[in-house]
Write a protein that binds this ligand. Structure first.
Ligand code: NDP
Length: 495
């Protein structure tokens, strides 16, 4: 499968050629070499996949499976992912250019997401409600929704797929996945493991293709009960208006422009490492990138010097090489977008303190130097808009109130970092920052157990943790009259 040249869709447990007969190519962003071609999905393919998922949802082999057995299948899948972690990591690195050592770590953690939801499967339960009449038994149940459409971006394809698939299956739904056109390979390998784990055919389906074609068709499909989307805020807004009009749910994990705030009492070495991790890890292609760095004026020069020094020694190169620290951007347009933002910053008055140039790193790929912008402020587009590349804007501040106002002055609210030794300040900042995740003296920490929610334009709904189950179930309230007494008055509502 790794050497495979051409992928079809995976529908109803079978490899299925695209209705149009068309395929598109995916390239290695480090070298521009073509890796494989994948089926170009359209409305017909999506309709087939949604039909297969609907049939599987109603199939007693899935519908009547006990919750414990559902959990066991998810656990089997976790074991298979663990067994194949290195292969999956390598495939993902070739496809999106992220460092192999980072992808290896991600793939080795992935089973933990599956084990977490495997364990949760038989803990999904309702309540008995103390209704006001003794003879009434009122209880709630949590039911699966039906067919979930999952649409994912290219920066962490399998991790972001799993954070939708694991809770969706745990709750008894079936799923149709549309991966990014830039990174289809690992999800297509993953569905082979799904079959091997013992899931009935049609429970998990994959339609590959382009966003405006296959993605839009999935969003528009009358057969889906929910869309779970990770991607840009612009696409998320379009999906939200479509799903809202049809009264179906949407979990939206969107963009960010996260502040990373360094106070005068911070350990400046650790803070500088946190700033570097926040913006240069994964070449800045993460939704949680700490792209706005605020440094207290007392430590501004020292922090800037440390971050600059580290940025200038970052090893740019082949992401398969374990000594590489910065791989390529995922595709040419992404590299051009980042370069365009740096030019825009210059024209807005920013200083390119270090970096600022595209490079092919001698490999022919889409690399971009780690870049630090100074002389920037919150009015500039480079500070307000998500760049999704290795570009940090560094700004000084003088007081806690001032930095809070600047940090919160953004359309986004995904994450924030705070570097301080003061416990009181840490709590104050955690409470007042408008972000769904706040890290203090760390950055980019994550766990399947910890819920994640984007505030403001960064999203709707929760991923990870137990709360996610509510995103993939609907609540039913059942009233049973246990009385054998005759009904006294049919015109009075009972309570
Ligand atoms: P996009 O919004 O461009 O694409 C995301 C997915 O949506 C892709 O599969 C894409 O397909 C598809 N898509 C595009 N247009 C449509 C459409 N009209 N209808 C349905 N689906 C569509 O985002 P990117 O791929 O550029 O991903 C980067 C973004 O993802 C950043 O903004 C980043 O912040 C965000 N992100 C958020 C995370 C979070 O947890 N909050 C985590 C990771 C990333 P195709 O690839 O074919 O265009």
């Amino acid at each position: 499968m790794t050497d495979r040249q051409r992928y079809d869709h995976y529908i109803g447990g079978a490899w299925t050629p695209p209705a149009s007969g068309q395929y598109f190519e995916s390239t290695n962003p480090a070298t521009r070499q073509v890796l494989y071609s994948a089926a170009r999905g359209d409305r017909t393919d999506v309709a087939r996949a949604v039909d297969a998922a609907t049939t599987a949802f109603e199939d007693p082999r899935w519908r009547d499976l006990s919750q414990t057995r559902r959990g066991r299948l998810i656990r089997n899948l976790g074991d298979l992912v663990a067994d194949n972690a290195d292969e999956l990591a390598r495939m993902e690195t070739l496809d999106n250019g992220k460092l192999l050592r980072e992808m290896r770590a991600q793939m080795r953690t992935l089973p933990e997401y599956l084990y977490y939801y495997a364990g949760l499967a038989d803990k999904i339960q309702g309540d008995v409600i103390p209704a006001s009449q003794r003879e009434i038994l009122n209880y709630t149940t949590r039911e699966p929704l039906g067919v979930v459409g999952a649409i994912t971006p290219w920066n962490s394809p399998l991790t972001l797929t799993t954070s939708k698939l694991a809770p969706a299956l745990c709750a008894g739904n079936t799923i149709v996945i549309k991966p990014s056109e830039h990174t289809s390979a690992t999800v297509l390998r993953f569905v082979e493991l799904v079959a091997e784990a013992g899931f009935p055919p049609g429970v998990v389906n994959v339609v590959t293709g382009f966003g405006p074609e296959a993605g839009q068709a999935l969003v528009d499909s009358p057969g889906i009960a929910k869309i779970s989307f990770t991607g840009s805020t612009g696409t998320g807004a379009r999906i939200a208006s479509s799903t809202a009009g049809r009264f179906i749910g949407a979990t939206l994990e969107l963009g960010g422009k996260s502040p990373n705030i360094v106070f005068e009492d911070a350990d400046v070495h650790n803070a500088a490492m946190g700033v570097v991790a926040g913006i240069f890890a994964a070449a800045g292609q993460t939704c949680i990138a700490g792209s706005r760095v605020f440094a207290h004026r007392a430590v501004y020069d020292e922090l800037l010097e440390r971050v600059t020094k580290r940025a200038e020694t970052i090893v740019i190169g082949d992401p398969l090489d374990d000594s590489t620290e910065l791989g390529p951007l995922a595709f040419a347009d992404q590299r051009d977008k980042v370069a365009g933002y740096v030019e825009l910053g210059r024209s807005e008055g920013a200083t390119v303190h270090t970096g600022g140039r595209p490079t092919d790193a001698g490999l022919g790929g889409y690399f971009f130097e780690p870049t630090v912008l100074t002389q920037v402020d919150n009015t500039m587009r480079v500070v307000r808009e998500e760049i999704f590349g290795p570009v940090a804007a560094v700004m000084p501040f003088d007081s806690e109130d001032e930095v809070l106002a600047m940090a919160n002055d953004t359309d986004y609210g995904l994450a924030a970092g705070v570097w301080t030794k003061s416990l009181s300040r840490a709590h104050r900042m955690a409470s007042r920052l408008e972000a769904g995740t706040v890290w203090v003296n760390t950055y980019r920490a994550m766990s399947p157990m910890s819920p994640r929610q984007g505030f403001k334009n960064s999203g709707v709904g929760v991923e990870h943790g137990m709360e996610t189950i509510h995103e993939y179930t609907r609540l039913k309230s059942v009233w049973i009259n246990t009385s054998e007494e005759p009904v006294a008055d049919p015109f009075v509502m009972r309570s």
